[in-house]
Design a protein around this ligand. Structure first.
Ligand code: GTP
Length: 290
């Protein structure tokens, strides 16, 4: 959070400085880019501020920037349905916190839907320790898991999980996926295969959603990751992990502006309770806080 505070502070310092108009906007651009807002969003914001000719006093500018950042941001809605089967696929590159946050979501729905029956699917069969890690969470949470060994077919794991949940009347399958394969094409092929299996099995009978986990400390690279997954299978919502240790976290704005992706949750630590619903106002206030 220290970095975020620095951003807000530096913004205020800049706003209270005198000097040339052009220098001011250039420095503002640098600050926004450092906050992970990305070049195109930054340009658009700064152009807007320039054109709006709002008074260049500190509070006026901060208020204008706040409104611009908030524009279009909304909490993602998954619209899951406790009366039907829901399949939620967790996507994201290695180490972003997919498995941990999948487990937090399991805990969340244990509370929200106490009667639902939750099943975890160990679909990351590529990384050696991933199946074990998810199994440990299943044991701690007291939920069922469908797993096979490392190197097995992830599509088969997901297939088994869904048919098993269907036969038992369970309402929620949370499926992990690999974040890395031998190369990008393999990863996309694997995801497309899993996606095809889920679509075939669920049809109109079930709700199927995809959550992309983005590491809040990643910066602009997050946008490229999101493009990859969104193009491959389509993303319904973003979960921004490691928000507690993210220096900037401004990346949610370009994710929304460039790809139309909204955030649903913030991961705020490593324990099961460390999951927060995304609030655009709280997020932007945090970004701008001194
Ligand atoms: N501080 C903090 N740490 C987190 C958060 N979410 C996950 N982590 C940590 O990030 C590390 C990686 O998390 P994993 O859940 O293993 O990541 P993954 O994406 O499943 O990784 P792969 O299985 O390798 O793809 C672990 O040490 C987690 O405890 C969070 O919201 N805050």
């Amino acid at each position: 959070m220290a970095g975020k505070k620095r951003f807000g502070l530096r913004l205020r310092e800049l706003f209270s400085l005198g000097g040339q108009e052009d220098d001011f906007y250039e420095e503002l651009e640098d600050l926004l880019i450092e906050a992970d807002l990305g070049a195109s969003v930054t340009m658009a914001l700064v152009d807007h501020l320039r054109e709006s000719r709002r008074s260049r006093d500190r509070e006026g500018l901060l208020q204008a920037l706040r409104e611009l950042l908030l524009d279009g941001l909304a909490p993602a809605e998954l619209n899951l349905d406790p009366q039907r089967l829901n399949v939620v696929l967790f996507l994201g590159v290695n180490g972003v916190g997919k498995t941990t946050n999948l487990a937090k979501c399991a805990r969340w729905y244990q509370r929200e839907w106490p009667q639902a029956g939750i099943l975890l699917a160990a679909g990351d069969t590529f990384r050696a320790a991933a199946v074990e890690q998810l199994s440990l969470h299943a044991e701690r949470l007291g939920v069922r898991i469908v797993r096979q060994g490392t190197g097995s077919d992830a599509g088969a794991v997901v297939y088994d999980a869904i048919t098993s949940a269907q036969s038992r009347g369970e309402r929620l399958v949370l499926a992990d996926t690999a974040g890395r394969m031998h190369n990008r094409a393999d990863l996309v092929r694997e995801l497309e295969k899993i996606h095809g299996i889920i679509r075939k099995l669920t049809g109109s009978e079930a709700v199927y959603r995809k959550i992309l986990v983005i590491d809040g400390t990643t910066g602009q690279n997050a946008l490229r990751q999101a493009e990859l997954f969104h193009e491959a299978v389509g993303v319904d919502a973003v979960l921004l992990s490691k928000y507690d240790s993210s220096a900037r976290g401004g990346v949610l704005v370009p994710l929304q502006r460039s790809l139309g992706l909204q955030c649903g949750w913030l991961g705020t630590g490593e324990s099961y309770e460390d999951l927060r619903r995304f609030s655009p106002e709280a997020y932007v206030d945090d970004l701008l806080a001194p």
